[in-house]
Design a protein around this ligand. Structure first.
Ligand code: AMP
Length: 282
């Protein structure tokens, strides 16, 4: 595997693959790779000839009291994993490369329709930071496809909308959530959890499953389901942030006419903030 650190080197490598007629699929990450990221790489390999992975911890998406300074960095291990999974190109730019004049006063991309709800409500500026860096990475890599995890469901919707609205010439592919044996969605931030908290953390997934079962069985009192889930999570030791039953397309509160739903959930546990979701087809 070749690792490139500069935009010029990334462009040169990708250009030479493209001139050989090879299609490019891109998997952006923040590193500290786990099986969730690797499942994206596997999916990527199915859709195009050359997989490009990036590792970049994007300062613009972290709030002032968030974990930018302590975000887990395991670069050598990540390189070894990607190498073992036959990834031909890793792009690992520095912050100076991505924000040469600093991230302040930088031009941003804000996906207005989906930005202020769910995670965007609790983390102002988060999705603008993501959309901005992803737009930059798309312009650098110019892939035919990019793969994003359904684990970050709102993020996936925001990237899709950005690509549609700005008419970017690539296709976005969603990949299913990779989970630990107990159901906990894999995440780099799970490293913040103790072994005991990891067991408790699975209750978030169980709560989602229970709500889905109730809805499939005919329960349409979404407000009550929301309240019950909050109580259950709080009793288990979480600090629930949201548990929202929404339309999968608009991410607005589900109405009785909506048939394709997703429940989006976020809750604090110990030092970690966990997010998860479950899709429902009625
Ligand atoms: P991150 O490094 O956390 O920014 O994630 C990079 C990409 O991996 C994003 O598209 C995430 O949605 C995806 N991802 C993270 N965790 C998982 C998981 N457990 N299952 C599937 N995809 C994931």
């Amino acid at each position: 595997m070749k690792t490139v650190y500069s935009i010029n080197d990334a462009r040169d490598s990708i250009r030479s693959a493209k001139t050989q007629g090879r299609t490019i699929v891109f998997v952006p990450t923040m590193g500290n790779l786990h099986d969730g990221h690797l499942s994206l790489v596997k999916k990527a390999r199915e859709v195009a000839d050359e997989v490009v992975v990036s590792i970049y911890v994007n300062q613009l998406q972290f709030g002032p009291n968030e974990d930018y300074d302590s975000y887990p960095i395991t670069f050598e291990e990540d390189q070894a994993l990607l190498n073992a999974h036959d990834v031909p190109l890793l792009f690992a730019p520095s912050s100076h490369e991505i924000y040469p004049e600093g991230a302040e006063h930088h031009t941003v991309v804000r996906v207005d329709a989906l930005d202020g709800m769910h995670c965007g409500k609790s983390r102002p500026g988060f999705f603008t930071g993501i959309a901005t860096v992803v737009a930059k990475l798309f312009n650098i890599v110019q892939p035919n496809y990019a793969v994003f995890g359904e684990k970050d469901f709102q993020q996936l919707c925001i990237i899709r909308k950005m690509v549609d609205d700005l008419m970017l010439p690539l296709e976005i592919i969603g990949a299913p959530i990779a989970r630990a044996e107990n159901g906990l969605a894999l995440s780099s931030r799970n490293g913040y959890l103790s072994e005991e908290e990891k067991q408790t953390a699975a209750i978030l997934w169980q709560t989602l499953i229970r709500a889905r079962k109730a809805i499939i069985a005919g329960d349409r009192d979404y407000d009550a389901l929301h309240r019950v889930a909050f109580v259950k999570l709080a009793r288990a030791g979480f600090k629930p942030d949201y548990f929202n039953i929404v339309s999968r397309h608009t991410l607005q509160p589900a109405t009785l006419d909506d048939k394709e739903l997703v429940i989006l959930a976020a809750a604090g546990l110990g030092r970690a903030r966990l997010i998860d979701n479950i899709q429902i087809d009625l």
